[in-house]
Design a protein around this ligand. Structure first.
Ligand SMILES: [Zn+2]
Length: 342
């Protein structure tokens, strides 16, 4: 089969479209014919060697996948051949204390598709059959591949972790990204008001089109000052932050006293200064968000099926153009997800 792999770390040119052996499935496993695979920023970190995730070379990226079940191993009764499916990319152990408590996102032995296991930048991928979620008939493969890190993460962050309530105001960082556009939709659906922050006029315009009430260009404007002005000096109730670095620092200062910041990423700077005096005097909460649960994902697929939520797709490219897909993300040109189709 064809797959895109890299044999050494480097820029996008290290991605090779090449022939590799088709995966061989074992007991309880499913072979999925990949119809769509999403490109994520962490793919770039793994490719250039800056990620802390454990991978071995040559490596096949791609943790968000949608496709059809092509074959099932012995005892794999969770799906049927030909079924449209999206594997959950986090493959938790189902045995550790966290898994037994139902806190799968905190599993101590979790493995990820496209990290420890060969991923979806390929014609076929092998996964445990229990990880397969059925894709509703009216949800496309591209949309199904774009759900987990965007709507899944934003849902878990805003609804479960930050407990967002109707009438609150949310600042969404990097509002033009896949997870940013998802956060805007989820916040609006929860009855909150959204202030979008992004680094270009085009991204902010699109965020406004999604329903944001205000937009701030963090490259050109003083984020803290603009948000304070928009909220009449009060500050926002919740910040959805997934950039890190200077954006984290500036966004934290937009919180009102008792405000909550939920953090789901930090590509722009993973270690940040934090003034503890300001933190405790304002009673701010800084909340971590790992990833969604299976129950949340099923709920999100239903909401995508009913049209209440929609993943934002920037473009769909053939798998052979994976390097081009990476360059789009590296130049931050995308509004929503970049999808590869084998
Ligand atoms: Zn576990």
């Amino acid at each position: 089969m064809k797959a895109v792999r890299f044999h050494e770390y480097g820029d996008a040119s290290v991605l090779r479209y090449e022939d590799v052996p088709e995966p061989v499935i074992g007991v309880g496993e499913a072979l999925v014919r990949v119809r769509a695979a999403a490109v994520n920023h962490v793919d770039i970190d793994m490719r250039d060697g800056s990620s802390r995730l454990p991978i071995s070379l040559p490596h096949t990226l791609g943790f968000e996948v949608a496709g059809d079940v092509a074959a099932l191993g012995e005892g794999a009764s969770d799906a049927h051949v030909g079924q449209r499916v999206a594997p959950q990319y986090q493959i938790h152990c189902r045995q550790c204390p966290r898994c037994i408590e139902g806190e799968h996102s905190l599993c101590q032995h979790t493995q990820m598709l496209g990290v420890q296991l060969p991923g979806g930048y390929a014609e076929y991928v092998k996964v445990p059959a229990w990880t397969l979620l059925p894709i509703p008939d009216d949800v496309s493969y591209a949309d199904a591949a774009a759900v987990q890190t965007t709507l899944g993460t934003a849902w878990h962050a805003l609804i479960r972790r930050a407990n967002l309530r109707a009438g609150e105001t949310v600042l969404v960082s990097a509002a033009g990204s896949g997870v940013g556009t998802a956060a805007i939709q989820i916040a609006l659906r929860a009855g909150a008001r959204v202030i979008a922050s992004a680094g270009s006029a085009e991204k902010l315009e699109l965020a406004m089109r999604l329903g944001a009430s205000a937009a701030v260009n963090y490259r050109e404007q003083d984020l803290t000052a603009v948000v304070r002005e928009f909220t009449h000096g009060k500050g926002v109730d919740v910040v959805f932050e997934h950039v890190g670095g200077k954006v984290f620092e500036a966004s934290l200062k937009t919180l009102r006293p008792n405000g909550r910041m939920v953090v789901a990423g930090g590509h722009g700077g993973e270690v940040v200064p934090l003034d503890l005096i300001v933190l405790f005097r304002n009673q701010w909460s800084v909340i971590g968000c790992q990833r969604q649960t299976e129950a949340e994902l099923r709920q999100i697929f239903d909401l995508v099926s009913s049209g209440e939520l929609r993943p934002t797709i920037h473009t769909v490219l053939p798998l052979s153009e994976a390097a081009q897909a990476h360059r789009i993300l590296e130049r931050r040109e995308q509004f929503g997800k970049v999808i590869l189709t084998p």
